[in-house]
Design a protein around this ligand. Sequence first.
Ligand SMILES: *Cc1c(COP(=O)(O)O)cnc(C)c1O
Length: 379
Amino acid sequence: MTTEQISFNRPYRARRELDNLRAALNSGHLHGDGPFTESATAKLRQITSAPHVLLTTSCTHALELSCLLLDLGPGDEVIVPSFAFTSAATAVTHRGATVVFADIDPDTGNLDPSSVADAITHRTRAVIVMHYGGVAADMALLLYLANVHGFDLIEDNAHGLGGTWQSRTLGTIGTFGTQSFHGTKNIHCGEGGALLLTDDVLAERAEVIREKGTDRGRFLRGLVDKYSWRDIGSSYLPSELNAAVLDAQLDEFATIQTERHRVWSAYSSALADWADRRGVRRMMVPPDREHTAHLYYLRMPNEARRDALIDDLAGQGIVAPFHYVPLDTSPAGLKYGRTVESCRHSSEFASTLVRLPLWPELTDDQVARVADAVTSHNW
Ligand SMILES: *Cc1c(COP(=O)(O)O)cnc(C)c1O
């Protein structure tokens, strides 16, 4: 008997991708900031309601751009969750600043504001908060701490495009919001990202840093008659080929999200009784937040049980991986970071978590097969 493989993720193919690519190639304008960049940027402004959106080559680069805009340097500290993707930490170490790790909320996997409070010093310049799985972190206390202590919030919103916290769009609550359009994300163009900003002055400077330190953007808009070197800089513009694919994907944002939520909700209801009986914790979404169905995870009672489930599913052709390895105890985390108190929730979360396949074209039958495989796992 052959069992059909169910992959963990399958990058979505949007209908207009090839037409857009052909148009971009035929136009002769392949470098950044052409018509597809403009169109994709306008769609992102609409989805996020961010006044300023700059496409970048990746979320990692949008995080680096944020750290450049903060003029971070040696001696500065940035608080980062232990349970996060490495880019949050490397963007900080890239500036020679110090990463200080904080623990997570064991219910959501998001940064725990009370652990952040314990990690604040007079050197704290920023906190990077990631909305895990597209479920917003608890922003109220983080905003309060940022105000009182005078640091900036950077939202790593790679999972949370279109998600909300208390009706505010994720990525627009802090000073900076960063998006990823990597091939594994809800909306993708292979590799790509964006920086969201609300502050006009920062946005103007971001445009310069992104364009090799020049005011080329203002020149192209006819605001200055030549462009020159104005500031520190790098090159963070994606090519029009990437923007062409991104633009086609964004056209179908609503459909993609509807389909992802269909799969998410099907798992959530199919696994409810079983999870309660077995002491398995399902992914939970606090009531004041709209999530983005970026992923669906379960948290098993312990690591051995989690590993056994992953093996069992793999044996039935279902790819269900774990996720981030805690940063604070990783080799580079020990070398470049500082930990105030042990991040035990991050460690427990990482070692018990398993993610189930989730992509828009997953059929109801396939979802049912995954759910059956989970609930019939030999305990
Ligand atoms: C994917 C991801 C990133 C990195 O995105 P790139 O666009 O590949 O740089 C950063 N943070 C989180 C939370 C991610 O999931």
